[in-house]
Ligand binder design. Structure first.
Ligand SMILES: *[C@@H]1O[C@H](CO)[C@@H](O)[C@H](O)[C@H]1NC(C)=O
Ligand SMILES: *[C@@H]1O[C@H](CO)[C@@H](O)[C@H](O)[C@H]1NC(C)=O
Ligand SMILES: *[C@@H]1O[C@H](CO)[C@@H](O)[C@H](O)[C@H]1NC(C)=O
Ligand SMILES: *[C@@H]1O[C@H](CO)[C@@H](O)[C@H](O)[C@H]1NC(C)=O
Length: 589
């Protein structure tokens, strides 16, 4: 009877659910939507609206130093002159940044997130202008600019918005039992003003990537851009200032400083609180020397000669597509470019042939004049360097399979044809020196021992990619190569995983940007020890001045009691400790 009754209820409920499935579904969706809407509408209510400010003129636009003629490297045409900042003008920028930071350092994470979200909106609204500004500055294609400047920047901002606060949250730290009435924690405070020096390969993304992390951690940012890609800063700095001033913040919080080496050195010496330098090892060493005069801490992200390793158990088309991106994305002007491709002897000839066929079939030309796979390189001297390295490699015995020279169709721009070199060996100059250009050098390997020695055999240690169907083997080989970043079966994807820190070892530098480590690197760590439950611990007579002659013996036995091995030893020390304390009971009070 009982049973039948409950069965009946169950059946009724089931019938009800089946009959009203659509209704129930709609109710659930409605409740969820209301919850999301509520969150969107009310979660930011604690941000007090500030009155808008004047956008003003950046102190960084006020230089009177050496004139930089901004030339579009794809066609050799000048876009205009920008003045470098002199050392005392850099100081003026710093003062303005310090004023901005004093106020910004007080903002909540909600306020900082709001600004970063505004930056994302700005990227989307002005996507085309920013893409074209980057193309004109660097000669890169529309695709490269969209991918390397806009997408990466939006992802960086999204990461900071969603996960940045976690990285900077105060951490509880362990206290030993004897100090149980204390509480220990680590706090992350703003450092002040971060000086950032970036190269010319990603003139938009490199600015926002570093500056957004710096300001999210409560700092101001002074970003010195390369004299080889300066022009886009006019538009970009204006857009950043507009966002900040519209929300009522001081637009001098992020300033973009044009100039040459002198301006960069002035920034390092200006009194900024930390320096992030991204560039060549040679300049990195000079930055560190200059920073040492004032003991300004530095993070150095220098060059690389990254190995890309291809085992014989991979599907060739798949591997070729990855290696082509590794070697030729942004025309190889990447610190994590695959500068040395190691291919197993079993597939070597076939791999080289197919690589050459593909590269020979692609088109290079002025990005603004049509759809091309490749644009121009950015810095004229870099074309010279690549030309020299490739020529030397051929003299040293490498086999040229594609490219190998400047593109004769476009003598006015910085065009070097995407190049494939086979039969490259570890003795060759190009095996050791960073090319930073569109060159795929393919080295043959036959056993793991040689492979590890060769892959590890440069002064650099930035990234490393390994392609193999045997993931265990790939990870085992990877763990033997000194590198800052290891990618299995992909290239450069870790750059879109913003939670992973970016950086290298050996002459590729030290310190990290991106990820929680990047945010903490822009913070002053403060170790705090305080009373738990408001209990003040008295200083016992044992360690109070004047020191009692009996103190040493008691502390010795305490050390034996706590740290000595063996229960008998501990007991003996405990007895000795107790008997000494009984003789001098006042010492523990
Ligand atoms: C820029 O320079 C002009 C004249 O040299 C000066 O009047 C102005 O205050 C400067 N602006 C900033 C933001 O430093
Ligand atoms: C490597 O060099 C040898 C000798 O010159 C040549 O026969 C061979 O084709 C080259 N390998 C490739 C992949 O080009
Ligand atoms: C890789 O190179 C570094 C120094 O450049 C060296 O310390 C390390 O032992 C090398 N690793 C292997 C497995 O040879
Ligand atoms: C405690 O140990 C010390 C040597 O460390 C010894 O001189 C002393 O006599 C001992 N005292 C007692 C009470 O055991």
């Amino acid at each position: 009877m009982e049973n039948g009754h409950s069965e009946c209820i169950f059946k009724n409920a089931k019938d009800f659910l089946t009959a009203n499935y659509a209704l129930i579904y709609q109710v659930v969706v409605a409740i969820l939507s209301i919850a999301v809407l509520y969150k969107v509408l009310f979660s930011r209510k604690n941000i007090t609206k500030r009155p808008k400010r004047e956008i003003g003129i950046s102190p960084a636009s006020n230089g009177t130093g050496q004139k930089i003629d901004c030339v579009n490297p794809a066609n050799g045409k000048s876009m205009g002159i920008v003045n470098s900042l002199k050392p005392d003008e850099v100081k003026t920028c710093l003062k303005a940044a310090q004023v901005a930071q004093a106020e910004w350092g007080q903002t909540t994470f909600d306020e900082r997130r709001q600004i970063l979200q505004d930056f994302i909106d700005m990227f989307i609204k002005h996507e085309n202008e920013l893409v074209e500004a980057s193309m004109r500055d660097t000669g890169k294609t529309r695709f490269e600019a969209m991918f390397g400047e806009i997408l990466t920047s939006c992802e960086k901002l999204r990461y900071l918005i969603q996960h940045g606060e976690k990285a900077l949250k105060t951490e509880e730290r362990i206290v030993p039992m004897l100090m149980g009435s204390k509480s220990a924690r680590l706090e992350y405070h703003p450092l002040g003003v971060i000086g950032i020096i970036i190269p010319w390969n990603y003139p938009i993304h490199s600015i926002i990537s570093a500056a957004a992390a710096a300001i999210f951690a409560g700092n101001a940012a002074l970003v010195k851009v390369s004299e080889w890609s300066t022009h886009s800063k006019i538009l970009f700095e204006h857009l950043l200032r507009k966002v900040l001033s519209n929300r009522g913040y001081d637009p001098n919080l992020i300033q973009i400083l044009p100039g040459m080496g002198e301006t960069g050195e002035a920034l390092v010496r200006s009194g900024v609180d930390k320096v992030l330098f991204i560039g060549s090892p040679g300049t990195g060493k000079r930055v560190m020397k200059a920073a040492s005069d004032s003991l300004t801490p530095v993070i150095l992200e220098l060059g690389g000669k990254d190995p890309m390793i291809v085992f014989d158990d991979v599907e060739l088309d798949w591997a070729l597509a990855i290696v082509q991106r590794g070697c030729f994305i942004n025309l190889g002007q990447n610190c994590i470019s695959s500068e040395r491709v190691f291919v197993h002897e079993k597939i070597y000839d076939q791999f080289c042939k197919q690589m050459a066929d593909k590269i020979n079939s692609l088109k290079q030309g002025p990005p603004e004049e049509g759809h091309f796979d490749f644009g121009s390189m950015t810095m004229p001297a870099q074309v010279d360097k690549v030309e020299h390295l490739v020529g030397t490699a051929i003299k040293e015995g490498a086999t040229l399979l594609a490219g190998g020279k400047r593109n004769p169709a476009y003598p006015k721009g910085n065009y070097f044809l995407p190049t494939v070199l086979a039969n490259v060996t570890e003795k060759m100059t190009i095996f050791q020196e960073e090319a930073f250009g569109p060159v795929c050098t393919i080295v043959k390997f036959s056993n793991e021992q040689d492979l590890i020695r060769m892959a590890n055999g440069t002064v650099f240690g930035l990234g490393c990619s390994i392609l193999s169907s045997d993931i265990k083997r790939a990870e085992r080989i990877g763990s033997k190569i000194s590198t800052g970043m290891l990618t299995i079966n992909d290239y450069g994807a870790s750059y879109l995983i913003q939670d992973l820190p970016f950086g290298g070892c050996k002459e590729s530098g030290f310190g990290r940007f991106n990820g929680p480590e990047g945010l903490r690197g822009f913070s002053r760590e403060v170790s705090v020890l305080t009373d738990r439950f408001g209990i003040k611990t008295p200083v016992p007579r044992l360690i109070r001045y004047p020191i009692d002659p009996a103190s040493v013996g008691i502390i010795r036995q305490a050390i034996y009691m706590i740290y000595q091995r063996g229960i008998v030893n501990k007991l003996r020390a405990a007895l000795n400790f107790t008997s000494q304390v009984i003789k001098n009971p006042k010492l523990l009070l």
